[in-house]
Design a protein around this ligand. Structure first.
Ligand SMILES: Cc1cc2nc3c(=O)[nH]c(=O)nc-3n(C[C@H](O)[C@H](O)[C@H](O)COP(=O)(O)OP(=O)(O)OC[C@H]3O[C@@H](n4cnc5c(N)ncnc54)[C@H](O)[C@@H]3O)c2cc1C
Length: 497
């Protein structure tokens, strides 16, 4: 018997219609082949389990929020429960199946896609460049993979500015497979959202993913964040494509030209407005593409060379850079990027000391006010200002002597915008083991708060009213000397940042 043709758009973290190459091409294909069209999201319970990737509560929450809104707004999703293999295996039994997806740079995602391509046939699996806009094949004049940001940016910036967005598809005349046609085994996987409202879909998804908010660091150190924090509901965040575009256009109209001067101001961040765009959450979940952002910038702000605009575009290229690094060096998620540190050369503090200090750091009880304020910000909002991320990461690794992998893991558990490439790049940079030409940078938390939170607005805003820690758990000067020894740089006198 001839099987009916089915074109699947498999969404992972691209909850948008605009500039969504996989969605656009899947729809084109379904029209040209007169095939059924089925957009799906696979809620992989294995992946959402307690240990794999440690998908913390904030991301579970945002995923359920954004996914339910997207699926309801566009009536555009079959939400399937189960592993991708099991879902596609079942569809394959019934249909002549073609899959369209946007690819990612993480090794885990690439392997998952390869498995599915093997299952259905490589000529039936189409994957599109999305998360990384510039070519991952760019190399330096000497033919090497870049390991320093500025030359990378200089090489790719024109490519980035020239990148074209894919047209937005129209959702009319789509031929969805009637659900009652799907066989029982497939039906078991489907969350039937047809009669549910968005918040009911969210609850339904959330009940599946509402597991304890746990973290595991080192070899065997486990603890439950539910014992430390109340779970926030992140109600201030945008969660639809339209809200994101509105928000970003407003940022470009009103703030991008002053971005360079203001982007580091922690004080500005507390006004509720902030001087940065807060687009990282939207980018993480694919509520907008970076190409659409670039087009909006060019449309509204004009000259990409204007100081603020250039500075903002450079940050978007940092994001590209870290994706490029992760693509070419998948081991960086666990191992130092710099070769000189890849064999345990840095002797972090002993386990017991590390556990004590790490918990103090998480709870915002280090006694460095700016660090403690930032740690309260992340726990309450699922987001932290970039300057604060750099400070808390430097303090954890340099002052407290705790392995950067622990910090990376904590951010995985609490960030709404968790992005493996940028998170890893940020942690490795702050720990002075990543893509940086300086042998070491030691942030002085007092200097940082003086420079970036002069009036104390940020600290007043985020520190609890009864905060009263007078002495930090480690003295900065002493910690600095120890850090230099730990990094094998005793006798070197780098400046304090
Ligand atoms: C230790 C550490 C961990 C980090 N973890 C993450 C993470 O998990 N996810 C994440 O998106 N970013 C991460 N960053 C980068 C940066 O802190 C955030 O992207 C930024 O704070 C998001 O706020 P925004 O959207 O207002 O940024 P803006 O200043 O408005 O910048 C615009 C966009 O440019 C990109 N960008 C800005 N700064 C950086 C940077 N340093 N590296 C890479 N991309 C950048 C982001 O996509 C951001 O949304 C981390 C940085 C550090 C130091």
């Amino acid at each position: 018997m001839n099987k009916e043709k089915l074109v699947v758009y498999w969404s992972r973290r691209d909850f948008r219609l605009a500039d969504n190459p996989a969605l656009f091409h899947a729809i084109e294909k379904s029209h040209s082949e007169k095939a059924y069209f089925l957009p799906i999201f696979v809620l992989d319970e294995g992946l959402l389990g307690d240990d794999v990737w440690n998908i913390g509560y904030p991301r579970r929450f945002f995923l359920s929020h954004a996914l339910s809104k997207f699926s309801k707004e566009y009536e555009l999703f079959g939400i399937f429960k189960g592993s991708p293999e099991s879902v596609f295996n079942q569809l394959l039994k019934q249909f002549d199946l073609t899959i369209y997806a946007n690819h990612d740079v993480e090794e885990f995602s690439r392997k998952r896609d390869q498995k599915i391509a093997n299952l259905i046939g490589a000529d039936k699996f189409f994957s599109f460049r999305d998360q990384l806009t510039v070519s991952k094949e760019v190399v330096s004049g000497g033919g090497e993979i870049y390991s320093v940001f500025s030359p990378f940016r200089n090489n790719v910036i024109q490519q980035f500015l020239d990148a074209k967005a894919t047209p937005t598809p129209t959702l009319t005349h789509l031929k969805y497979p009637p659900l009652n046609l799907l066989n029982d085994k497939i039906n078991q996987h489907i969350l039937d959202t047809s009669n549910l409202k968005a918040n009911e879909i969210q609850k339904n998804i959330f009940s599946i993913i509402d597991k304890p908010w746990k973290i595991k660091v080192g070899d065997d150190y486990n603890f439950n964040l539910d014992n430390i924090f109340e779970r926030p509901t992140y109600s201030d965040w945008y969660s639809t494509e339209e809200e994101v575009r509105y928000h970003f256009r407003d940022f470009v109209n009103t703030k991008i030209k002053q971005y360079k001067q203001n982007r580091n101001s922690l004080g500005a961040d507390t006004s509720g407005e902030g001087a940065t765009s807060r687009m990282s959450v939207a980018l993480k979940w694919g509520l907008i593409s970076v190409r659409s952002m670039k087009d909006i910038i060019v449309e509204l702000a004009g000259d990409p060379q204007q100081e603020g605009v250039f500075s903002y575009i450079s940050e978007l290229i940092w994001r590209e850079f870290y994706r490029y690094i992760l693509y070419h060096n998948p081991s960086v998620l666990d191992t130092e990027f710099q070769k000189r540190f890849q064999h345990g050369e840095i002797k972090w503090v002993d386990d017991q000391t590390a556990r004590f200090r790490f918990e103090k750091w998480i709870k915002g009880e280090t006694g460095y006010e700016v660090v403690d304020a930032a740690m309260h910000q992340i726990a309450k909002t699922g987001w932290m200002h970039n300057r604060a991320r750099m400070i808390v990461a430097s303090v954890l690794t340099k002052n407290l002597g705790v392995d950067w992998r622990w910090g990376q893991e904590y951010f995985r558990a609490v960030l709404l915008d968790l992005d493996e490439a940028s998170n890893n790049g940020g942690w490795q940079w702050a720990a002075s083991v990543g893509a940086d030409t300086k042998p070491i940078r030691i942030f002085n938390p007092y200097l940082q708060q003086e420079n970036y939170d002069k009036n104390g607005d940020y600290r007043r805003h985020w520190l609890p009213a009864d905060y009263n820690i007078k002495t930090p758990i480690v003295d900065h000067k002493q910690a600095r000397e120890e850090a230099l020894k730990r990094y094998g740089l005793g006798g070197v006198k780098p400046r304090d940042y």
